[in-house]
Design a protein around this ligand. Structure first.
Ligand code: SF4
Length: 322
């Protein structure tokens, strides 16, 4: 299935996903990838699906969604691989314009130094480029790139693209314990982001089963330090934590519910309070978990986020990956 959703997304509203690359063709094999390890790592761009097939499937989905009385805010190229590997990317983006819905592309930026990729992405209304670290050795350990890729060339390509792009450019950085969660690496990243000046720089953490089982989000203490450094230096940083409870169904054991949900979804205080009340509990349950250290909270721009602390109550120790 090429078109899926629409799924609610904090960045893009109701986003209809377009999976125009088979899993897992990617130029990176990120340790935290939710699609698993990369099995095909070409650098050459190629055709995966015919443009007509992609546009027909998207068109059918757009019609279905409209008939159901629902809306789509973005058509988003977010495949199980790297979208710029598709040699037809420009034709696909151009063809999607017929639906009158803004087009977004979520890329790992590895091919952004190529002029053809820059030209094609310029047709999109919203582009997200990944930058987990500007330190070469950290980049190699987190993103495990194709051996012929060069980080300096990618970073220069990002600047070149920013200069000519008139749409909304955002960056995304995934924070991983033991890899890019220290002060020096954070300050280097902030310096780069300040020079690049995207509209928003999102920070996120691994919240779903990653490619490598030992991958962990930074500890709440490390995360607190990172966001304090970023918030002080980079005014356009935002946190992209999956923080809503969604269709929460109580298992009847509120403590277990809180521990299992905060282990994969850092929760803001408001949805956590809603979850406690839906389960018929009181906030004291959360206070008790905070008091015994099973759950930790951090403060960011006047919002409290609650995390499960690994290593407590049978959880795995947070060891990092290095
Ligand atoms: S760039 Fe994206 S698809 Fe490719 S390995 Fe990294 S997370 Fe997975």
């Amino acid at each position: 299935m090429i078109a899926f959703g629409p799924v609610p997304s904090r960045r893009l509203g109701y986003s209809l996903g377009i999976n125009h690359i088979p899993a897992k063709y990617c130029t990176y094999s990120c340790v935290y990838c939710q699609v698993g390890r990369t099995t095909h790592m070409p650098l050459e761009r190629q055709e995966f699906y015919a443009v007509d097939q992609i546009l027909t499937e998207v068109g059918q989905k757009v019609t279905e969604v409209a008939e159901a009385g629902k809306k789509i805010d973005y058509l988003t190229l977010v495949p199980d691989g790297e979208p710029t590997l598709d040699i037809n990317l420009g034709k696909v983006i151009g063809g999607l314009k017929q639906f009158g819905i803004p087009v977004a592309v979520i890329s790992n930026a590895s091919l952004i130094d190529r002029l053809d990729v820059q030209e094609e992405l310029m047709q999109a209304d919203w582009v997200s480029l990944k930058v987990d670290s500007v330190d070469e050795s950290v980049w190699r350990r987190i993103n495990r790139p194709h051996r012929r890729l060069s980080l300096p060339r990618i970073l220069e390509g990002m600047f070149a693209f920013k200069q000519k792009y008139s749409g909304k450019l955002v960056t995304e950085s995934m924070l991983v314990a033991g890899l890019n969660d220290n002060e020096k690496i954070t300050r280097q990243l902030c310096d780069f982001l300040l020079k690049l000046q995207p509209s928003i720089s999102y920070l996120s953490i691994p919240t779903r089963p990653p490619a490598e089982v030992e991958v962990r989000p930074p500890s709440p203490e490390a995360l607190q330090e990172i966001i304090e450094i970023c918030a002080e230096k980079v005014p356009f940083v935002d946190l992209l934590f999956e923080s809503e409870v969604g269709d929460f169904v109580s298992t009847g054991n509120l403590v277990e519910d809180i521990l299992s949900i905060t282990a994969v979804h850092p929760l803001r205080e408001e949805p956590l309070r809603a979850m406690v009340s839906m389960a018929g509990g009181t906030w004291q349950v959360v206070e008790d978990l905070l008091a015994d250290g099973s759950v930790l909270s951090i403060l960011y721009r006047n919002e409290r986020y609650f995390f499960r602390r690994f290593g407590k109550l049978g959880g795995k120790a947070s060891t990092g990956t290095s």
